[in-house]
Design a protein around this ligand. Sequence first.
Ligand SMILES: Nc1ncnc2c1ncn2[C@@H]1O[C@H](COP(=O)(O)OP(=O)(O)OP(=O)(O)O)[C@@H](O)[C@H]1O
Ligand SMILES: [Mg+2]
Length: 304
Amino acid sequence: MKKTFHVVGFGALNVDKLYRVNKIAYEDEESFIIDFMEACGGSAANTIVGLARLGLKTGFIGKVAQDREGKLLIEDFKREGVDTSMIIVTKRGRSGTVIGFVDEKGERALYVDPGVNDEISFEELNIDLIKNTEFLHLSSFVGDKSFETQKKLVEEVADEVKVSFDPGTLYVKRGLEALKPILKNSFLLLPSGEELKILTGKSVREGAKVLLRLGAEIVAVKLGKEGCYVTDGKEEHFIKAYSVKVVDTTGAGDAFNSGFLFGLVKNKDLYECGKLGNLIASRCITKMGARTGLPKLAEIQKII
Ligand SMILES: Nc1ncnc2c1ncn2[C@@H]1O[C@H](COP(=O)(O)OP(=O)(O)OP(=O)(O)O)[C@@H](O)[C@H]1O
Ligand SMILES: [Mg+2]
């Protein structure tokens, strides 16, 4: 039976508020704001926007409040063609925000307000709707409640939906044992090299083996300017990154996930999926911000 969605994302939704300042203020100091920029973010949300631009049918599970930021986050998804019917809008609380200060040297200070992102309970999810996707892509939450919900959801749907998981630094710090309920039900795991090391204590190839043994079908490890390592236990490839002029690496990992998942949906082989991950990531890092450089399908069709 044909599914409604190719990929549905489930992770934190944030509005990033970035202030350019003369100097990052320390205790009892005063600094000045030179410029202000606002953008919608969240790891899985970025990945889903990347997939929507590539023409896939996408949706998102998350939670926002009835505030200006909540409206922005939903409107932004709609503009990108992402289905928002699974996003919970709550009367109480604040939508997630990240407030960032960047000085003239590019040094950053970040304050994260998870807000209602951390308040998603399993009972609020529409399981039947969620089962109507080929892939369910998860990224991290700050708090415990939404993490617990993700674990329960994955156990509930893993028979019918392929789970894809980018743990990020936040989740790998919880340790292998805590993540096992998700890891063992995942089809695809997308850690970075450093995250894999924290999680397994092992180098790339050995670390990937640990994750395959736990139950994943495919492990794709993001290796920054080195590219990526991909394996399904039968084949393995180290795939070189594209050589591009780097402007801002924010969201590179999320963009990689878009490219890799796009490849899987299009039934490409493992090597091609890794190359597509590198390709979409390489586009992302040539522009400021996590989403500006994410290409439309027409822009990459000639090279894939
Ligand atoms: N300097 C670079 N040149 C070319 N490609 C790059 C460069 N840095 C990153 N990439 C591409 O971006 C992908 C993801 O980057 P990275 O390995 O840093 O992921 P990450 O640590 O998950 O990033 P993020 O901070 O976005 O979560 C890499 O696998 C590679 O394809
Ligand atoms: Mg990452």
